[in-house]
Design a protein. Structure first.
Length: 392
């Protein structure tokens, strides 16, 4: 299996390389469209029919599409800028190989198996993570999704070429189980394969710090209304509050107007990503950060507007299913994660599980993200075992 994995992996490895390192595979951008063609091709090679749910999500079918008891697997192709190659595509490549593995073993599943490629999981282009699975489950309204814009002003609706179709009403009655395989994104998994127990609640907030744009050489320090100061203070306050709460706060994306060396900015727009083990801690964390930022804005004579952009509630995966899969795989560890996944969105509607593949660097959303071919092959074997069991 290691050689089969390496061969298939090599097909997608050159697609969407970021000249600055890692991958840039934004949803519905050229590299992601090439990966979608690759997906159709892989399905063709295996006599699997491909359907599109009208939301940008693709499904390759072994068996009758959406027949009751359907077992969905797969993941996403899109990446963050400078992202790793495994976050997402590993789940899709592994799903096709697991189908091969089952067929080679002469297995004919009683229930259909659907390999999914969900669109815009990272929210790297249109801002809202898991956009495809949110649409499929009705967690976001199609018009709201269609109107989301990328930094060039292109809307999701335009990129998709249509108004998204929205929720599949029969989803819960058609799908018996969902299993997403994903590279582990922290330092918690010390054996090749594990099973997910939960996803921490998390969310994104847009912070607009406004002040008075002015000349860097002629504006006395006492006369300034500099939003960069409020922003800088907020970054430190977020770090401090997250440490105190035992939670996570990240400000990693920022844009400045006019972004000139010799002009005091008029606007600093930044995004806060906050995560915690439970919703109450996360709420308190965000409140504390916003309070300190607001107080600082008053001190700096600037203004701050906070706009929630997306919320991902706490997910506890089906405990019985997680335990069953862990046992089936020989007692592999069951562990929580702070990273969001389409499986998390789907878990509100159908019994859902995740398999994690070891990441020896412990790094993700970075070119340093890595998994060995041997561990990926172990992931395929585990996924095949699980799919064979769930689709029997
Ligand atoms: C997506 O990978 C996220 O958790 O931010
Ligand atoms: Mn990711
Ligand atoms: Mn992912
Ligand atoms: Mn994710």
């Amino acid at each position: 299996m290691t050689a089969a994995f390496a061969r298939l992996w090599a097909e997608i490895a050159p697609i969407g390389l970021d000249p600055a390192g890692g991958y840039r595979r934004y949803a519905l951008s050229d590299p992601e469209l090439i990966l979608r063609d690759w997906f159709r091709n892989q399905a063709d090679r295996r006599d699997m029919t491909v359907t599109d749910d009208g939301n940008g999500n693709l499904f390759a079918w072994w068996g009758r599409q959406w027949a009751p008891g359907t077992v969905l697997t797969g993941s996403h192709f899109d990446s963050v800028p400078h992202g790793g190659g495994y976050d997402g595509p590993l789940g899709i490549v592994s799903a096709f190989l697991a189908v091969d593995r089952l067929r080679a073993a002469g297995v004919t599943p009683a229930k259909p198996i659907g390999v999914a490629a969900f669109v815009e999981e990272e929210g790297g282009r249109f801002g809202v993570p898991c956009l495809g699975s949110r649409l499929l489950t009705g967690a976001i309204d199609p018009d709201t999704a269609a109107a989301l814009c990328d930094t060039d002003g292109v809307s999701f609706g335009e990129a998709l070429g249509a108004r998204p179709a929205g929720a599949l009403p029969a989803l819960a009655s058609r799908v018996g189980a969902v299993v997403e395989l994903h590279i582990e994104q922290g330092r918690a998994l010390e054996v090749p394969v594990g099973v997910a127990s939960a996803i921490w609640p998390h969310g994104r907030w847009r912070l607009d710090f406004t002040g008075h744009g002015d000349h860097a050489g002629t504006t006395r320090m006492a006369d300034r209304h500099d939003p960069m100061l409020t922003f800088a203070y907020t970054v430190l306050a977020a770090d401090d509050e997250a440490r105190q709460a035992g939670a996570l706060a990240t400000i990693a994306r920022v844009s400045v107007q006019p972004n000139a060396t010799n002009a005091i900015p008029s606007l600093v727009r930044a995004w806060l990503d906050a995560r915690a083990a439970d919703p109450a801690t996360m709420e308190r964390l965000v409140e504390a950060i916003v309070k300190r930022a607001m107080d600082r804005a008053a001190h700096d004579r600037t203004e701050l507007v906070v706009e929630p952009e997306s919320a991902s509630p706490e997910v506890t995966f089906d405990t019985a299913l997680a335990d069953r899969l862990s046992t089936l795989l020989g007692g592999v560890p069951v562990l929580p994660t702070g990273a969001g996944h389409d499986a998390g969105v789907l878990s509100a509607h159908v019994p859902t599980a995740m398999l994690f593949v070891r990441n020896p660097t412990g790094v993700s959303h970075s070119p340093a993200e890595h998994a060995s071919d041997e561990d990926c092959a172990a992931g395929v074997e585990a996924l095949a075992t699980v799919l064979g069991e769930l689709a029997a």
